[in-house]
Design a protein around this ligand. Structure first.
Ligand code: GLY
Length: 565
């Protein structure tokens, strides 16, 4: 007769107890690399590429294509974005694959006969689609800095679309909402359904055959798989059928630009971020310069003076953004050196009154705070190459239109242009010249993919979605790490505020700011509005003592996660 082995049972008990009771850390550690994205499956795809010997650019390309399948709200091939790359030798570069206005676009594209903005037209109609840049951007980044074969980087996304993955509760909630859309949003209405027309239930496998076919063409033909051939033909045919203006010529002419990064400093740190057509880097550096002048050692995080000071910095940076910024290829004299200089920050800092809120009028010289769908991921590899990549469809699921034959959704990025020259109003519509619509122009963005370096090595890799709130949530997270010495998960979760100059509204995370502080801020003249959340940040820091990368995904992300190895 066999006797029962109590030792095995005891070991099993101890192992189970240990794993169930180990305090869970909201941070993830990786000695050899890390990927933090808005979808854990996409982060795993990126890590697999690193394990296979790919570099940070390879992993980013694979992650970006995977997100187009698993996080279609913002992960995309129908939108555009930016990469900031810091190579292990310390050199930093950026790729601008922002969408462009089609050749047939003109400054009054969204205006009625009286020159007024047709409400909603710049976001909700097929003309709101900009010429997509994502595939071109990823392709050029691969040609210049990739190491594994292109096809190996696209294949995981093809597999995820073809073989499917389990429907998450996050996606299921969207599926329920989208099923109520009217028929003009044909692709979205049916996006999350099976062949029988039923909505895929949480846990059921969701496959995307049309998207997998499109991704296969991109896998096999690279850039041309999207911008020429059957995909380009179908994009043009769809646009024609729906009254859109993008043609094959627009697609054939689309180019990516490798741009010099914007560089700022904060104490011992170097900050590298995206230059125009993003406004993110300029505003981030301007605000960090302002903060460097403040006595932050004596200003407690989350106190009234802290919130007041960051709000005043935001108003100034957003006023400057509105007045000066647009596509550099159409505005050769953008005052970037001035706006990011320490001397300019000093002048801006000196007119902050620590006892009362300044008014957001044209003497400070922003569009309405809008939730937006953009997504950010951060990557680092074992050589120390780091990638900060933010890309977008503009609104959640972009314009919610696209050809069912191609299986992907188009952006509505044309809404990021200033729609009516000269009309700047308290609702946040901006009318300054640098960002008016013109054929082939890139619309101003707020995306702020950023890498902070110390002694020439990546120290913090960070970014977020959130429309104009991106700039401010990235700014506060950078400040939290560099000045308030917070670990990355805490820095991401800590209370954030947002002010964008116009409207004159200080938006705060309602459960994280005390009633006393709110009262004190109101007495200083701030107009407050509480929201549940600001930002969905994805960050990596380097811990020099442990010699390890530490990553954290914002808890606001439904399906996100950090994976290290
Ligand atoms: N779509 C958001 C941005 O580019 O700022």
């Amino acid at each position: 007769m066999k006797t029962f082995n109590f030792q095995i049972l005891q070991t099993l008990f101890l192992v189970t107890f240990f794993f169930n009771h180990i305090p869970l850390d909201a941070q993830t550690y990786g000695k050899n690399g890390m990927v933090v994205s808005d979808n854990i499956l996409a982060s795993e795809v990126g890590i697999d590429i690193l394990i296979k010997g790919g570099n940070a650019i390879d992993a980013s390309i694979a992650t970006a294509f995977a997100l187009a399948v698993t996080h279609p709200e913002a992960g995309n091939i129908g939108g555009g974005g930016f990469i900031v790359l810091m190579k292990s030798d310390g050199e930093v570069t950026t790729f601008d694959f922002r969408e462009k206005a089609p050749l047939k676009a003109n400054p009054d594209l969204f205006q009625d006969a009286d020159g007024n903005l047709i409400e909603g037209s710049n976001h909700e109609t097929i003309k709101a689609v900009g010429v997509p840049g994502t595939v071109a951007g990823l392709y050029l980044a691969h040609q210049k800095y990739g190491s594994l074969p292109w096809a190996e980087l696209v294949q995981p996304a093809v597999d995820l679309a073809e073989k499917g993955f389990p429907m998450t509760w996050g996606l299921y909630q969207v599926a329920m909402r989208m099923s109520e859309l009217d028929d003009s949003y044909d692709i979205m209405k049916n996006y999350f359904r099976n062949e029988k027309g039923e909505i895929i239930q949480p846990g059921e496998i969701w496959t995307q055959t049309a998207l997998s076919n499109t991704l296969s063409l991109i896998r096999d033909h690279g850039h041309n798989g999207f911008y020429k051939g059957p995909v380009a033909e179908e994009i043009e045919a769809y646009m024609k059928a729906k009254g859109g203006i993008i043609t094959k010529e627009d697609l054939a002419k689309y180019t990516v630009i490798e741009r010099k990064p914007l560089k700022g400093t904060y104490k011992d740190f170097e900050i590298y971020s995206m230059p125009p057509p993003s406004s993110g880097g300029v505003a981030l550096i301007e605000m960090m310069n302002l903060m460097e002048l403040a006595d932050l050692k004596n200003i407690e995080f989350n106190s009234t003076p802290y919130v007041h000071l960051v709000a005043e910095a935001m108003k100034r940076a957003f006023a400057d953004r509105a007045e000066h910024l647009g596509d550099p290829d159409f505005n050769p004299d953008l005052p970037l050196d001035r706006l990011t200089s320490k001397a300019f920050a000093k002048r801006r800092f000196d007119n902050i009154d620590m006892t009362k809120a300044s008014l957001s009028d044209s003497s400070l010289y922003g569009q309405l705070y809008d939730g937006s769908s953009t997504t950010h991921f951060s990557v680092v590899d074992k050589e120390g190459n780091a990638v900060s990549l933010t890309y977008t469809l503009e609104h959640s699921y972009g314009v919610k239109m696209g050809s069912s034959k191609l299986g992907f959704i188009f952006n509505n990025e044309m809404g990021d242009f200033n729609p009516v020259a000269g009309v700047t109003n308290s609702r946040g519509q901006i009318g300054s010249n640098p960002n008016l619509i013109a054929p082939e122009k890139r619309m101003l963005s707020s995306m702020t993919p950023t890498i902070v370096a110390k002694y020439g090595k990546p120290y913090l890799i960070i970014g977020s979605p959130g429309g104009r709130t991106i700039i401010n949530t990235v700014f506060q997270t950078v400040l939290n790490v560099l000045e308030y010495d917070m670990r990355i998960d805490k820095a991401i979760e800590a209370m954030k505020v947002h002010h964008q100059w116009l409207p004159d509204m200080l938006v705060y995370e309602r459960h994280l700011l005390s009633p006393d502080t709110r009262d004190a801020l109101e007495q200083m003249g701030h107009q407050l509005r509480g929201v549940n959340n600001l930002g969905v940040l994805m960050g990596i820091t380097y811990d020099p003592k442990l010699k390890v990368y530490v990553g954290a995904a914002d808890s606001a992300s439904k399906d996100g996660g950090a994976v290290g190895y």
